[in-house]
Design a protein around this ligand. Sequence first.
Ligand code: 7RM
Length: 657
Amino acid sequence: MAATTIESVLQENRIFTPAEAFVRQANVSGMDAYRRLCAEAEKDFPGFWGRLAREHVLWKKPFTQVLDESKAPFFRWFADGELNASYNCLDRHLETQPEKTAIIFEADDGKVTRITYRELHRRVCMFANGLKARGVKRGERVVIYMPMSIEAVVAMQACARIGAIHSVVFGGFSAKSLQERIIDAGAIAVLTADGQFRGGREIPLKAAVDEAIAMGGCESIATVVVYRRSGSPVAWQAGRDVWMHDLMAGQPETCEPEWVGAEHPLFILYTSGSTGKPKGVQHSTGGYLLWMILTMKWVFDHKPGDIFWCTADVGWVTGHSYVCYGPLACGATEVIFEGVPVYPDAGRFWKMIQDHKVTVFYTAPTAIRSLIKAGGELPKHYDLSSLRILGTVGEPINPEAWMWYHETVGRGRCPIVDTWWQTETGGLMISPLPGATPTKPGSATFPLPGIFADIVDETGHPVGKGKGGMLVITRPWPAMLRTIWGDPERFRKTYYPADFQGKYYLAGDGASYDEDGYIRIIGRIDDVLNVSGHRLGTMEIESALVANPIVAEAAVVGRPDDLTGEAICAFVVLKQARPGTEDAARIVKDLQDWVGREIGPIAKPRDIRFGENLPKTRSGKIMRRLLRSIARDEEIRQDVSTLENPAILQQLSEKAR
Ligand code: 7RM
């Protein structure tokens, strides 16, 4: 494990206390209420979770045991209870509020479509019946590769309804990435669309599915369901391919939910790790759903009159938890947006908040920074008075962006919840409660009730106030990942390493406590980059580069970037001679496009530099520290005495443009 005693250099003393009126109406009202919940969890851990699970989730068969630790770290929650996630998201609202709008969908071109809980339920049932007719059964894996749409939510909910395990692949990933995920999951069906619209451009999706399957190894796929979005022509394989509307036509409008055990996998979502191929993070049904409901109520202070908008794509965990499951389980009205924040202009988000009277708005720091840059004054031209809570997720938010969000978007009235969590944690973990926690810009503040987090040194000892180290979670929690699909050993080694006697969940993030015990997340401690809030393994990008026939060796590091958080820098050794300036520019472009095809456009290296070799120690280890300095155009001050080949530092410092 890397040395990780991190010194916090940032001093932030501004404190924002929630307004009295907000506190009074909040679901968790005031710090004492927060502390009471924490104390309850501390005093009787299973009692706390058992109470909440009985109060907030609808069970077909009640559970008798809350937590089974006998096979730790393979924890089991509410294991003998039975339920259905789609029933909890839809059917429970049919009696109480069938005509309430569930989703307000705004297309890229501005067209708005609303759907009620009754209608959403009907479509989910019809689609679920259609999937069953194609032989999709409980436990089977279904890959979803769809644009942001009501139909994507219908697809996910339909899988949940029949107990099939969905694995959503972000529409920005390439055919190659899609193929790898289809194979790893052993999927029998792919649900996709002809195309999607983003920023006025049409991007084909079905073509990538065809390409992925043609690459081979996907023989398990018997069905490809296609949602007609763009109307553009697509290739068709009779027997295998079916239009979504044809599949649904004539299907019964109700579908008995498949009652599953609480531990039944709800979904697999692939995420980057520091080594090897992406990990299929496997989530459960009961514990996951409970935590989505609780975090909606505690952190987003959910109320029946809210218009909730989480801008994340359903291809990421944030879109699973706070687009597909959390809001619907709470009977919320939510906004789903197909497009991008800067189209037709950088006022799009603000216009949508105004038009739909959004009350709770949840987005990523990278979006906030890009909107500041593209039009920091624009929010002033819109009526944002409906807003009452602002949230961020995905990466550390710099205090400047936090202050802008607070003042210019929230007009100083809205608490900001800076929510720290991961694909693996399922839902929010460290976050302010809007009606309780005094916030500090750039701090995710404290763990939520029932979550036991700490910051420790390499030996697992808590570092204490004013110090930095590694972020760990010291007790299991209901929404935690259960395993890595098909690789339980990798799960154990990655998240419950022997360094801490297998007792702590290692988040892979560095963090520090300030003098008041506030937690500040510093960033990854492993070889994972965070580009625009998206996790990318350096290994994945290196493997993609080396897969190119002209590349001999590659190393990838991140450098800080104002807009995207981190930018990807690649150091490449070619099989041919080191290129001159003109050749270099062409090869850079070729390699960027190559990585775009291998993984997806988000993984394209921003800078590529060429050397005859990489800086290595005598034992052959690449010295990434040095590469990081070079990537930042810093003078090299580190000790280079262990370096085998110091001359190449000069070569690598020359940037190819
Ligand atoms: C939800 C999500 C997880 C990684 C995580 C951190 C970083 C996320 C924050 C944050 C600072 C935050 N899932 N991260 N939230 N860093 N403050 N509020 O992003 O699996 O894609 O990424 O993102 O490094 O480990 S994720």
